[in-house]
Structure formats: structure tokens, C-alpha cells
Design a protein around this ligand. Structure first.
Ligand code: GUN
Length: 284
């Protein structure tokens, strides 16, 4: 079998086009969607991510405001900036790029964001809403993964087994909750899981979100499974790669997402969706 690709670039382009149309309607009504992006320090990966987010805003008619600070920014100063952005009616989304320098308590910073502007979906109020099935912002990466599943006709996952490898607050845990909400039977695997291969082989839907190159190999995949690769790693040659051995797993899986061009662009697309929806809600 040769797996079909789920093209995150093409799907994200469609979503961005819809966002652009709705953003234009907001602007015409006098309230263009606005996203504030806060970057502290000089982490090179964060700089690339932030640049891509700002560029995507520009392309879709979302007004973005980038606030960049040195690594020595004090926590109190950051909290004050967030308070000001919370109170700014022209700002509908606030994103603090992670990781933050070690002297800043990231939890405290995220909790300072008004949950109605928490377009990353990282606030405990957003996490709690997802947990109990109430409306709230969904974290962009797992939200994008769900859209990829929908794009291949997988809306209701009743009767399907889903395995999420990785238990981060940003991806693994919310991913598992979203799959559960879609009626999948969900397992979360992690570094403490014994016989990871056997667990993964049960999966009709396998999501890899660990950050380790070639963690998922062909013998860990059930024939015909859908494999979603959230990993973003650099291999020895400096090339961007995911957590999945793409060539090998493509021989076994039914569907697979590439890296690059898979989950990455979807994460950004869902950030735009969340920002737009925040604006629409604020002015409804
Ligand atoms: N760092 C890595 N991924 C993300 C993300 O999706 N949002 C934020 N704010 N920081 C990140």
C-alpha cells in the first residue's frame, strides 16, 4: 500500500481564503481583527514561528502587532503589557510565544491573558472548556489535526481507535480530548508506556507529537491507518523532519501527513480562525 498524503498546505490555503473573506467583512464593518504577538528573547525557532504567523496575518487581512522584548524583560513588565492588551478593544487575540526565558513564570503569564482573547487556547479556562465540552478556544495544533481528519471524511470517529503519542499541554492532551469529543476510543502513550509498538499498532488514527525523529516506524502502524505527524525536528543534515519515518510508514498507512507541509501550516491557519472568531464574537 502507498499512503495518500493529507496536504496541509493546500487545506490551510483554503481555510485562509475563508478567513480572508470574513476578515474583510469585519474590516468593512469597522472592526478589523487584531492579533498581538509577544516574543521575548532570541530563540531562533520562535523567531521563525512568529515571523510566519505575522506573515499569515498580513496575507489574510488580520492586523497584527508584534511586540518584541529582550530576554531580560521582567515578568511584571510582561504582565503589564498583557493587561494593556486585554483592555485594548482593537486586539482580539493575544499570543505569547513559548518558551519564555526561565525567570518568567509561563503559567502566570498565560493565566494573565483574558480568556476571550486566548487564541492559543492555553489558558486553564480554555483547557477546562475543552475538557467539559463548553465553547472556548481550542489549541491550534490539535485543532488543525482535527480539520485534517475532517478533510478526508473523518468527522465522527465512533468505533475507531486513536492513539496519541505525547502528553504535552499544547498538543497531546488537547488532541486526545478532541478525538474523544469526536467519539474515538482514545489512548495516550508517552515515555512511560511499555511496548509502544503494540499500542501504536492498535490505532486506526495515530498522532505522533513527541519531537523525536523516526520514532514511528512502519512496523508500529496498522495497515490502512491514518498517521498524523506533529513532530518538527531537524535531522543530522539540518533538514526539517517529523516524528514519523515518512518513507517506511507510507508503505503501510492509508493516509499520512508530510513534514514540512502537513500540520505546521494548519497550526497557523487555526490561529487565524481563532483570531477571526474572537473578533466576530466581540462585535456580534
Ligand atoms: N511554541 C511552540 N508552539 C507554540 C504555539 O503554538 N503557540 C505559542 N504561543 N508558542 C509556541
Amino acid at each position: 500500500m502507498t499512503a495518500q498524503r493529507i496536504d496541509g498546505l493546500a487545506l490551510s490555503a483554503q481555510i485562509r481564503q475563508q478567513v480572508a473573506q470574513r476578515a474583510q467583512a469585519c474590516a468593512a464593518a469597522g472592526h478589523p481583527p487584531g492579533l498581538a504577538v509577544i516574543l521575548v528573547g532570541d530563540n531562533p525557532a520562535s523567531q521563525v514561528y512568529v515571523r510566519n504567523k505575522i506573515k499569515a496575518c498580513e496575507q489574510t487581512g488580520i492586523r497584527s502587532v508584534l511586540e518584541q522584548y529582550g530576554a531580560d524583560l521582567e515578568e511584571d513588565a510582561l504582565l503589564q503589557r498583557i493587561a494593556a492588551l486585554n483592555a485594548d478593544p482593537g486586539i482580539h487575540g493575544i499570543l505569547v510565544q513559548l518558551p519564555l526565558p526561565r525567570h518568567i513564570d509561563a503559567h502566570k503569564v498565560i493565566e494573565a491573558i483574558d480568556p476571550t482573547k486566548d487564541v492559543d487556547g492555553f489558558h486553564v479556562a480554555s483547557a477546562g472548556a475543552l475538557m467539559v465540552g463548553q465553547p472556548g478556544f481550542k489549541p491550534c495544533t490539535p485543532y488543525g489535526c482535527m480539520k485534517m481528519l475532517e478533510s478526508i471524511g473523518l468527522h465522527d470517529l465512533r468505533g475507531k481507535s486513536a492513539v496519541v503519542v505525547g502528553r504535552s499541554n499544547i498538543v497531546g492532551k488537547p488532541m486526545a480530548l478532541m478525538l474523544l469529543a469526536a467519539n474515538a476510543t482514545v489512548t495516550i502513550a508517552h515515555s512511560g508506556t511499555s511496548d509502544l509498538s503494540a499500542v501504536c499498532r492498535q490505532a486506526d488514527i495515530l498522532v505522533a507529537a513527541v519531537g523525536r525523529e523516526n520514532l514511528i516506524t512502519a512496523e508500529m502502524v496498522k495497515p490502512g491507518a491514518v498517521v498524523i505527524d506533529v513532530g518538527m525536528n531537524r535531522n543530522a543534515a539540518g533538514k526539517l523532519c517529523g516524528d514519523v519515518d515518512f518513507e517506511g510508514v507510507s508503505e503501510v498507512a492509508g493516509w499520512i501527513t508530510p513534514v514540512p507541509g502537513g500540520v505546521g501550516p494548519m497550526t497557523i491557519a487555526m490561529l487565524l480562525v481563532n483570531t477571526l472568531e474572537s473578533c466576530e464574537r466581540a462585535h456580534a
